[in-house]
Design a protein. Structure first.
Length: 205
């Protein structure tokens, strides 16, 4: 299917089943053991509370969930647009694109480009000079796709469970204390012309 046959429209609450399916597929693409997660998702369905979060996003005027669809209405992918500062220390607003996903069975049909084009149009309408896309570092195809469209790396965000960080910090502290070399106290030299202490020979030259 040519790319021109794909359009992007705002998602509605009627699209919730499709959005949930895309959300599960996004989780599988980002996490390890994708095949296991597919089976688990098929058996258990979406995570509890995920439906509520999607409904909240749909109702939030500052967030915009969009769908890439074909002319006959088939959904190919989704993305979330939001306007926020480019980073925590700058007031310059930018368009943030997150939760972007194109279904595996619908890739190479122009859905990804259509979502980016919609993001560019959205940014132009609001006079936003920058578009920031959240991409998982392990997704080679997504990173290459956005790089071809002019997106450059901005920052690397690393994530870890708090318990893991605390455990690693304790391990690092213990290793540091074990390898601390305590300096020996320096002997203060005798001042020139001062007699040597009794019972101590004068050092040979």
């Amino acid at each position: 299917m040519p790319w021109t046959a794909v359009r992007v429209r705002p998602a509605t609450s009627d699209d919730l089943p499709v959005l949930l399916a895309f959300g599960e597929e996004l989780r599988e693409q980002l996490g390890p053991a994708a095949d296991v997660k597919r089976v688990r998702a098929a058996q258990n369905g979406p995570r509890p509370g995920l439906e509520t979060r999607y409904l909240e996003a749909l109702a939030d005027p500052d967030r915009h969930l969009v769908l890439a669809v074909t002319e006959d209405g088939e959904a190919l992918g989704m993305a979330l647009f939001s306007v926020a500062p480019s980073n925590a220390l700058l007031d310059t607003p930018a368009l943030h694109v997150s939760h972007a996903v194109v279904s595996d069975r619908h890739k190479r049909r122009g859905a990804g480009k259509a979502l980016v084009a919609a993001a560019a149009a959205f940014a132009d309408e609001r006079s936003l000079e920058q578009i920031i896309v959240s991409v998982h570092p392990g997704s080679r195809d997504a990173n290459r796709f956005f790089a071809r469209l002019g997106f450059a790396p901005l920052a690397v965000r690393r994530v870890a469970p708090t318990s893991v960080v605390r455990r690693r910090l304790q391990t690092a502290d213990s290793r540091t204390s074990e390898h601390v070399v305590r300096p020996r106290p320096r002997r203060i030299g005798r001042l020139p012309g001062r007699p040597a202490p009794l019972g101590r020979a004068e050092p040979e030259l």
